[in-house]
Design a protein around this ligand. Structure first.
Ligand code: CTP
Length: 405
């Protein structure tokens, strides 16, 4: 289904030992289909799960497994291979591999290449949930993140070992889209889908010169609209007042108030996906003054009326699209977000902790995604990257739903 622009990126795919190694075959195939040149390096234990010949067949190149291989070194030696790579993607990344990378070891070919290369490294961890949750693995994760390594997943769910929790490797299609997004060759996996995004804050007038507003910059919603358009979706962005430029290929409608935003959303009858990224004012002034209000006494009272819930209106439609909402919370993030998700009938909620320099009016954010039976932690990253991962998660949930039908 995914149709991609050709990319000539040189990608080194590292495969470490784990049951998820077989899924890396699909990852390599997707990257090759997108036009990337892929070389595969396997750790010794990965070869126990999948034969190197399988990766040779899908990548079209011999697979390297050992550092001290005289014949292979006489061709492209390991330093040349490290320089050749424009991106390194390791999937699955085992707990052991993460520990060795965090420690800066070079005790096999893959770890040596990571040390000898300046290419960006992306890891898709895969391990038993207890191993992922262990403080040692979490500390290694933190070290790697601090060093600029990008983590793709892991996902939560049922594991090959029979346990349930976070540690399952992200689906290969989702890894491929994340990797391709970095190559500048977007996967057009949203082609044919109609998406409506609300973004920014609304302004509720008090009088002709004053209004009630909030700190939302609109960046997250604009990033989602931009990313979805890049991936081929037909995107309408309904934006509260924002100085941000209209992303390429996006139809933008500017609104001021929650009522205007609701009317704009309601006017669109069919959509496949609705994303409520706007910080809609929960209340509006009951009776905005027609003329500028003059100051009078020491206190002043404004009567406020509850605004309609725009997202709820979409979720209640008879022919409802997939609905993604946001929640900004200052405490008890998971509990509040999950309650909100269920109450409003969202298919996916993106919860962000506000404060700690995250959330409103910042280029970076960290999100916790929750859906029925799933959860994904997206560590602090720029909003464009997060937007890509939200859309990947949407695609994954859709595909899983489709497969279970
Ligand atoms: N939303 C909406 N229309 C509203 C209010 C919210 O579409 N009138 C959407 C937002 O775009 C967001 C989600 O609903 O996707 C936020 O839910 P909400 O319960 O309003 O969150 P908070 O405002 O944080 O709620 P609370 O004050 O109850 O925490």
């Amino acid at each position: 289904m995914s149709e991609s622009a050709p990319s000539n990126q040189r990608i080194l795919v590292g495969v470490s030992g784990g049951i998820a190694a077989y899924k890396a075959v699909t990852l390599v195939r997707r990257l090759v289909e997108a036009g990337c040149e892929v070389r595969v390096v396997m750790t010794e234990s990965a070869t126990r799960f999948v034969a190197p010949l399988t990766f040779q067949a899908v990548s079209g190149h011999p697979v390297r497994t050992t550092l001290l291989d005289a014949e292979a070194e006489s061709g492209m030696d390991h330093i040349a291979l490290a320089r050749w790579a424009e991106q390194i993607v390791i999937a699955p990344a085992s707990a052991d591999l993460m520990a060795r990378l965090a420690a800066g070891m070079a005790d096999d070919l893959l770890s040596t290449l990571c040390l000898a290369s300046t290419a960006p490294v992306q890891l898709a961890p895969a391990m038993n949930q207890q191993m992922w949750a262990h403080p040692a693995t979490q500390a290694n994760r933190d070290v790697l993140l601090k060093r600029g390594v990008c983590l793709l997943g892991p996902d939560a769910g049922s594991q090959a070992c029979g346990e349930t929790g976070a540690g399952r490797m992200m689906e290969p299609e989702a890894i491929a889209s994340a990797v391709l997004a970095d190559t500048g060759a977007p996967s057009r996996d949203l082609a044919g889908q109609r998406l409506v995004v609300t973004a920014g804050g609304t302004r509720e007038p008090i009088d002709p010169v004053r209004f009630i507003a909030n700190r939302s910059s609109g960046r997250m919603g604009f990033a989602l609209a931009a990313e979805a358009a890049r991936r081929g979706a037909d995107v309408t962005l309904i934006a509260g007042p924002s100085a941000l430029p209209t992303p390429a290929g996006v139809t933008r409608m500017d609104v001021q108030t929650a009522a205007e935003m609701q009317a704009a959303v309601e006017a669109i009858e069919t959509m496949d996906l609705f994303i409520g990224a706007a910080a809609v004012a929960d209340y509006r002034v009951a009776d905005p003054a027609g003329q500028k209000l003059k100051k009078q006494g020491e206190t002043m009272t404004l009567e406020l009326l509850r605004n309609p819930d725009i997202l709820q209106g979409v979720a209640d439609r008879a022919e409802r699209p997939f609905v993604i909402g946001f929640a900004a919370e200052t405490e008890r993030l998971v509990e509040h977000a999950e309650t909100k998700r269920r109450a409003k009938g969202m298919d996916l909620i993106c919860a962000n902790r506000v404060g700690e320099n995250l959330g409103f009016d910042t280029p970076d954010n960290a999100l916790l995604l929750l859906w029925e039976g799933g959860r994904r932690d997206l560590p602090k990253a720029d909003k464009t990257r997060l937007a890509g991962e939200v859309l990947d998660t949407y695609q994954q949930i859709r595909q899983e739903k489709h497969a279970s039908r």
